[in-house]
Structures are given as structure tokens and as C-alpha cells.
Design a protein around this ligand. Structure first.
Ligand code: GDP
Ligand code: ZN
Length: 303
């Protein structure tokens, strides 16, 4: 994630990641000084920062996930100021979060019964946001191994390598941890798929916070959608949106729906026309082949 290591101390500039935003304060975790990543027992230095007035004047917003340049840290008090926001690689609007590069799209294999069209829609939306998409098939403990394999090959035929997970037994959690290394990831998926449970399995130290909260709290601090990044044990960040636990991917736009389907990406260069929409065009390599999600493509294209 860090293409810029902290500058030498003489310049008093440091690069870090905004972990959370609280009113006018930004919690910034500085990049580790060691290129190998942090040792387990050493906490990453986190600073409570304000925006320099120059940034306020230009209207430069600072959001969770931003890579920022911090100057003049006051180490004893843990305070500093943000001097610059580095260019964003990606941007998700709801909740506002920068530089996410991976979407973990979660679907339960049972309870509730998987809905392929809905799952497919979420995958397409994540693609349209420009994210690396990793389908996660959760609750593997509730179905027979043959059924797990059927779903694995089905999702593979969609062009993905799904993670098989169980928040209950811990299956796949170590692989998921590795997948999140060196980047910012978000979880998407309908309610009941097991996103909170997976977060708890991944980040045990956060569990207390994601337990069901009292009614009063639900109407209080949980009505504002805010987002926080949590450091993954092997490096990288996972975004958690307390009280909602889900990002919305619906507002992202892609130039072409076709580019959001790996199946089409693999074949589109073989179409006769470079601007083929893969509907009625002659010489279309995409329409000719039999593939399950062609129906999804046509119905999303209609929308
Ligand atoms: P969310 O709405 O996506 O955050 O889903 P939750 O994490 O709240 O999970 C919904 C329900 O599914 C809860 O009752 C969980 O205990 C259960 N659940 C989640 N993951 C698993 C799993 O891997 N196996 C089983 N058997 N149940 C799970
Ligand atoms: Zn075509």
C-alpha cells in the first residue's frame, strides 16, 4: 500500500493512512518504518490530526482511507496536522472511503438460500467501482461438501476464484486474512450473509464493538454512517461500517457494463466489432458461447 515511505526526519514529513474521521479530527496511522511490516508486538504509531487551514481554504476534504502527508508531529501528545492529501486511487461514496481496492462480496451457501441473480448483481456493482472482486461463499459448515464444490465451480465459471468460508468453524479465515494484505478491503453482501460474523472472526479484538447494541445506542450514535479501518493481522486494512456493516456499491458507474463481467472481458476482443454490445451484432464471440450469466448481462443492460 505504501509507495512512499516516511521521509527522513529532517523534513518532518510523514505519510500515513486515515483510519477514521471524527468530527474535525482524523486518526492517522503512519506507515511502518520497516519495509517488512510491523512486528507483532509493536503498535503502529497513530496520530490525532487536524487539517491545515490551507486545506480547509481549498475545500480539500479528508476521508477515511486517504493517504496523507502529516507534518510536525508532537509525539508526546500524539497530535499532528495534515498537510496534503495524496491522489485517490478509488472513491466509494456511501460511506465515503478512499483507496479501497478490494471488495469481498459475501454470499451464504445456506440460511438464506443463495440468490444467484442478487449475488451476481453485487459482483457487477463491485466491478463497476473499479475494485478487485473476491466472491466469498460463507456458512460452508451448513451444506454438504458436494454442494460447496458445485457452487465453487459455478462461481469459477463466472470468472472468479471464490473463497470458501465459515465464520463458525474458521474455514478459510486464514486465506481471507492473506487476501486482505497490503490493501484496503470492504465487505459487501445482503443482510444475514454473515458479514459481521466474518469480521469478528477476522478481527477478534473488534468483536465487542460489533455485538448487538441496545435500542438506545441504535438510535444514537449508530444512525450516522461512519466507517473505520481496522488493521489486519498480516497487514492491510478492512473497513467496518458500524451499525450497518455494509458498503453501498450502487452509485458507482462504469463506462461499459460488459467490462464488469470477467466472462466478457476474456472474449470481447474476439468480437467482429470493437464496440460490440453483445446483443444482436453479427460475429459476436460473447453471444455465441454458452455462459450462465449472459441472462444477467442482458437484464442489467435493460436497466
Ligand atoms: P450480516 O447481516 O451479513 O452481518 O450477518 P451476520 O454476521 O449477522 O450473520 C447472520 C446469521 O448467520 C447469524 O445468526 C450468524 O450466527 C449466522 N452465521 C454467520 N456466519 C455463519 C457461518 O459461517 N456458519 C453458520 N452456521 N452460521 C453463520
Ligand atoms: Zn460481442
Amino acid at each position: 500500500m505504501s509507495d512512499r515511505l516516511p521521509a527522513p526526519s529532517s523534513s518532518q514529513e510523514w505519510v500515513g493512512t486515515v483510519r477514521a474521521v471524527q468530527a474535525n479530527y482524523y486518526r492517522v496511522v503512519l506507515d511502518s518504518l520497516s519495509e517488512k511490516g510491523r512486528p507483532d508486538d509493536e503498535a503502529l504509531p497513530e496520530l490525532l490530526c487536524v487539517r491545515r487551514s490551507r486545506l480547509k481554504k481549498t475545500g480539500q476534504q479528508v476521508i477515511t482511507g486517504d493517504r496523507v502527508v502529516v507534518t510536525d508531529p508532537d509525539w508526546p501528545s500524539g497530535r499532528a496536522a495534515i498537510n496534503e492529501v495524496l491522489p485517490r486511487q478509488t472513491w466509494l461514496p456511501r460511506p465515503a472511503i478512499a483507496n479501497v481496492s478490494q471488495a469481498l462480496v459475501v454470499c451464504a451457501l445456506f440460511e438464506p438460500e443463495p440468490d444467484p441473480l442478487h449475488f451476481s448483481r453485487l459482483l457487477v456493482q463491485a466491478e463497476a467501482c473499479g475494485l478487485t472482486v473476491r466472491p466469498c461463499l460463507n456458512k460452508s459448515d451448513l451444506v454438504e461438501p458436494e454442494q460447496v464444490e458445485r457452487w465453487r465451480s459455478r462461481v469459477q465459471s463466472w470468472g472468479y476464484d471464490p473463497l470458501i468460508l465459515s465464520a463458525r468453524t474458521g474455514e478459510g479465515i486464514a486465506t481471507l486474512t492473506t487476501t486482505c494484505r497490503d490493501r484496503i478491503s470492504v465487505m459487501a453482501g445482503g443482510s444475514g450473509m454473515g458479514k459481521s460474523s466474518l469480521l469478528n472472526a477476522l478481527l477478534p479484538e473488534v468483536s465487542l464493538r460489533t455485538q448487538p447494541v441496545s435500542g438506545r445506542l441504535q438510535h444514537g450514535r449508530h444512525t450516522t454512517r461512519h466507517v473505520e479501518l481496522f488493521a489486519m493481522p498480516d497487514g492491510g486494512w478492512l473497513a467496518d461500517t458500524p451499525g450497518f456493516n455494509q458498503v453501498e456499491l450502487t452509485e458507482c458507474r462504469s463506462d461499459s457494463l460488459a467490462s464488469c463481467f470477467p466472462e466478457i472481458r476474456q472474449r470481447a476482443t474476439e468480437c467482429q466489432f470493437p464496440d460490440c454490445r453483445h446483443q444482436q451484432e453479427p460475429g459476436c464471440a460473447v453471444r455465441e458461447l454458452e455462459w450462465e450469466r449472459y441472462e444477467h448481462y442482458l437484464s442489467f443492460l435493460d436497466e
